[in-house]
Design a protein around this ligand. Structure first.
Ligand code: TXE
Length: 494
């Protein structure tokens, strides 16, 4: 049944350039595994430095020689609108590709990811002609203009947790601002991005303005970041890889970088939260959605001691009704972990945390017998602030629990030494909420809810080692433009 589902879905398993999907004969291939079943379902080329060079140069020439950057911005916007419509029309196939290749359940892709990327494309299309430079306050015999121009080619490296959404985060603002983009998707989830680029081409994007190069991080990703014709790099992934990318961009540019990196985000629950059951559902969803493989996943529960016991019961009830399974079954509510290797990594952190004194209140282990790698939703009661589960981004359905007696204690537990991506506060006390917003050193704060929404005007990105720059919002659009100062002198006397 599963095999049939996969074999009936044609896989676009090549680099996308010159308006077509190509399997480069020169590149070696690797196997790509379906996370739901653990079985190989396709081969994928690993672009060599030479292939990357050819694909980037094609984009560089297209951005320079086509009218993409110079045409009226409203005309660029029309292409992005058509792209959004084509995504809508092809959503069934795109959702199949995403479900087979990643941890995203099909019903969630159709209800969330696809509408989300359609809206993202439209949001950035709307911005195409809503920006401009400014006139500088110069001497009266001069006119000083600051004009905004695209970088040329934007290089993007995307992760495996939300392949379509991450590709759209990078592509839509870059294209709307008049750049070309070359994306290297994760080697674990490469193919939906290829099809996204094909749809953009079908929508009327000039050839090579949106190319996709497939390959590994170390070889292909590094070659893309280091390429001299790449003007800017945007990345979502681990903090460690973000640092390597930033250093590569410094050595071969310097090039500006946008980095959206790891997190260890707290969910702080006060005893005055309006509805305990509802809050517990919100907290549970924020750690089990996509099996916790979300950068902003709310992985640290910090809760008032007086409500801890009843809250934990609510969490356990929520966890119990989750159903692990292949992403294309409608009953599946717990995603697979992206790879066996990631599942083993989660297991080793959980084991170490318990060794260091944490109490495992539920879960704590890989769910065997399902083909793919699945991890049971886990609660770890932490007694020591140095516990590994508090320090490391686990990227699985593992929630640590710490308790507090005073508000002061809550804010101090919430602060993380390394990460500052997001935080959630659950409280009905507005003064307290406002104090929290001011105190927390994070890029996003959610009050009485958790997670992003379709409000694309809200930028996303971290403080501290969770990254620099923003995706989404006007800031993401602006980050795809550079400034040119123009000083024009004229004779005031006549
Ligand atoms: O990430 P990497 P991995 C975190 C999460 C996870 C850990 C490891 O904690 O457990 O990272 O996952 C490309 N030059 N996040 O190893 O390495 C790589 O090919 C250029 C958080 O998968 O960051 C892929 O396309 N590119 C996160 C992308 O980087 C390189 C989402 C991400 O891989 C490269 C994913 C290099 N030297 C993991 N090395 C989030 N913030 O949402 C790798 N890549």
């Amino acid at each position: 049944m599963e095999d049939q589902y996969i074999t009936n879905t044609p896989i676009p398993n090549g680099h996308f350039y010159h308006g077509e999907c190509h399997l480069s004969k020169k590149d070696e291939c690797i196997e790509v595994v379906c996370p739901s079943t653990g079985e190989v379902y396709a081969q994928m080329p690993i672009a060599s430095k030479e292939t990357v060079d050819n694909i980037v140069l094609a984009s560089y020439n297209a951005q320079r020689d086509s009218d993409w950057a110079t045409r009226a911005p409203r005309e660029r916007a029309k292409v992005l609108y058509r792209w959004a419509t084509l995504i809508e029309q092809n959503q069934a196939y795109l959702a199949r590709l995403e479900a087979i290749g990643s941890s995203r359940p099909m019903h969630e892709v159709l209800a969330w990811d696809i509408p989300y990327i359609i809206d993202t494309a439209r949001f950035f299309a709307e911005l195409a002609d809503k920006h401009g430079g400014y006139i500088g306050a110069t001497q009266s015999d001069r006119l000083g203009m600051v004009i905004r121009e695209p970088y040329g080619v934007v290089g993007a490296i995307t992760p495996w947790n939300f392949p379509l959404s991450m590709a759209m985060w990078k592509a839509a603002p870059a294209l709307s601002a008049g750049n070309a983009i070359v994306i290297k998707p994760s080697e674990l989830t490469p193919f939906s991005t290829v099809y996204l680029a094909k749809l953009a081409f079908d929508a009327g994007l000039p050839k090579d303005i949106f190319n996709v190069v497939l390959g590994s991080g170390r070889e292909t990703g590094a070659a893309l970041c280091e390429h001299p014709q790449v003007g800017k790099v945007t990345f979502t992934g681990s903090t460690q890889t973000g640092a390597s990318i930033m250093s590569a961009c410094a050595m071969t540019g310097p090039k500006p970088v946008t980095l959206e990196l790891g997190g260890k985000s707290p969910q702080i629950v006060f005893a005055d939260t309006k509805d305990l059951e509802r809050t517990a559902h919100c907290v549970a969803k924020a750690i089990t959605g996509n099996a916790g493989q979300v950068c902003v996943s709310g992985s640290r529960l910090i809760i008032d001691k007086s409500i801890e016991a009843s809250f934990i019961e609510c969490l356990k009830r929520y966890f119990k009704q989750l159903s692990p399974g292949v992403t294309w079954e409608s009953e599946t509510t717990l995603s697979p972990i992206i790879s066996r290797q990631q599942a083993t990594r989660i297991q080793s952190i959980v084991d170490q945390s318990i060794k260091e004194g944490a109490d495992c209140l539920c879960g704590g282990e890989i769910i065997n017998g399902l083909g793919g790698a699945y991890f049971a939703p886990t609660l770890l009661k932490i007694h020591d602030e140095k516990n590994i589960a508090l320090e490391q981004e686990i990227f699985g359905p593992v929630l640590t629990i710490q308790t507090f007696d005073t508000e002061h204690e809550a804010w101090s537990l919430a602060q993380h030494d390394v990460y500052g991506l997001a935080a959630g506060i659950h409280s009905a006390n507005l003064d307290r909420v406002m104090r929290g917003i001011r105190k927390l050193e994070v890029g996003s704060v959610w009050i009485n809810r958790y997670g992003r929404s379709f409000d694309h005007i809200m930028p996303t990105g971290g403080y501290k080692r969770s990254g620099i720059g923003k995706d989404i919002g006007i800031e993401a659009f602006e980050a795809n433009l550079r400034s040119k100062s123009v000083l024009l002198e004229f004779d005031e006397a006549y």
